[in-house]
Write a protein of this length. Sequence first.
Length: 313
Amino acid sequence: MKQNTLFQEFNIIGNYMGEYLIKYKSLLKLDSTVLITGETGTGKELIARWIHFMDDTRKDRPFVKITIPNIGENIFESEVFGYEKGAFTGAISSKKGLIEVAENGTIFLDEIENASPSIQSKLLQLLEDRIYRKVGGTEYMSTEARFIVATNVDLYKEVKQGLFRSDLYYRLAVLDICLPALRDRQGDIVEIANHYIEKLNDKFGKGIKQFERTHLNELLSYAWPGNIRELRNFIEKQMVFTETNTLNLSELKQRGSESRPTENSYKEYMDRVEREYIEKIYKQRNCKVEEVAEAIGMSVPFVYKKIKEHGIS
């Protein structure tokens, strides 16, 4: 992401969120690990990039994102730590790992809750000692990169349930930033919506009018369970199909006519859907975890975790 584009994207933080984050600004020049917690769609990666670019010593260095579920356990070390020539079949030359690529910059570990016990152990050693060794290598290398970690679950609750290492959790949660859901920062909704209208006007060559404060009640008639991501998608959909210079909010009125879900009821609903989905695939695959993982496109440790979390037998 180019720097000028990135700072335009910071506009979606909003005044409410900006005031919330300002108290952290003086702490962000420290090398401490940051744990960002928030529901899906609340902008965790954006905040991670904000932290990176607020640090004058790192903003011109790489920002490297590592999405934990996308890196299988068997290739984690070779991808993250790198490998030496001849380390394994197919290693015809040495390769830098993502840690080395991000040197003196920032490493963003997304969806950390999906890290297997083995990966958690490797990350703990890396964060504790700041050293690592390439696959097939004999010498340890050090890193000065900053680590920012994101999760959409209550990681402390995961620790209490035995699903996440407590020592790794306390190493990660040195600076803990909890991003509020969009429904809890209602003052930002119009501002964020107008940001996307302006951005998409340029993209689509349209002249859609921005929302005014009088539209706030209509925008708040819906709880936005998908948060900022859902709001953006709604704006884009309306802009694609509108034939006027104003956006139609009738769809939100229809959604708002239903009882507005609370934070707990939405989470309970999503947990139930997830449990039913995984349980169905689990039975279809005769309780073979590896086949379930392949069927749903997730890692084996992730499936084991969900089976235990939902009490699937």
